[in-house]
Structures are given as C-alpha cells and as structure tokens.
Unconditional design. Structure first.
Length: 159
C-alpha cells in the first residue's frame, strides 16, 4: 500500500512491478511468502500492475571491429527516483565494441559543456576514438540554419 501512490502517479512511468523484489525485501524481515501470494494480495488490494505485452528484446549490434573505434554517447532527462523533487539528466558514453561504460554521471541541467565533460574521459591522447555518435541537436550543424556569419544565397536555377 505504501508504494501504491507511487505507482498511480502519472508523472512516473511505471508500467510493471517486480514482485520478486518485494518477496526478497520481506525475507530480510523474516517473512516468508510466495510471489503468487503477493500477487494475489496485490490484486485483492487493487495494487496489481499486470504485464503490458511481451518484454522488449534488446539486440546488440556491434558496428565496429575494435575497442575504442566508436563511442556511443547519449543523455536521458528523467525523474530517477520517485522521491526526487526534480528531474536530472544522465549522460553516458559507451564503447561500441566492448560495451564498456566509459562515463556516466547525473547533471541538473543538460548543457553543451556537460556533454564535453562527459566526452573527455573517452578521448584521452592514447585512447582517441575514431568517432563519437549522438544525434542530439547540439552536435548537428546545418549550414543554412546554424550559421549567422555567412550570407546565404539560393542556388541558381539552371534552364
């Protein structure tokens, strides 16, 4: 019942509940109960969250042939704890070949400088990657949209 309010909060994207974790938490307090019993009681108290569809399968597609050749860089803005007062951004860098986590840290605000700080550990002089991949808008440059220092002329129409 304590966590029912959290599960019903529309600001938290909870779509399922791990009843095995609840069983393990109860075992630590020396209460032995089966997962089926927990689910039955959750249904009776209207606290049950059924599984929605089949679980997504994550396919690992390695694009490179060597460690350090490609770094996948990404960021997520999320309310990481139901007890948190505000959302934080998690910025990560992962080596494509080894799947090793090179960087992970939380930032209160997603800024270009925080992304540069996140990319620094993966670009040391001896470990310089061939490419760092992220499709975030701050990493894309569109000549006609992003340049204010160049006068743009339309292409001449050939007849």
């Amino acid at each position: 019942m304590r966590e029912k309010k959290l599960a019903e909060d529309p600001g938290l994207p909870i779509s399922s509940y791990n009843y095995i974790v609840l069983r393990d938490r109860l075992r630590k307090t020396r209460v032995s109960v089966s997962v089926a019993t927990i689910i039955r009681r959750a249904k009776a108290l209207e606290c049950y969250l059924p599984r929605c569809g089949k679980p997504l399968s994550h396919t690992r597609e390695v694009v490179t042939t060597a460690i350090g050749a490609l770094i996948q860089h990404d960021a997520w803005l999320h309310l990481w704890s139901p007890y948190a007062q505000e959302k934080w951004t998690l910025i990560t860098s992962i080596d494509d070949y080894s799947r090793m986590l090179l960087f992970a840290d939380f930032f209160p605000v997603e800024t270009t400088w925080n992304h540069i700080r996140a990319a620094r550990p993966s670009s040391k002089p001896m470990v310089s990657p061939c490419a760092i991949v992220d499709s975030l808008r701050i990493f894309r440059f569109v000549q006609g949209r992003d340049s204010v220092w160049r006068k743009h002329f339309p292409w001449p129409v050939c007849r």
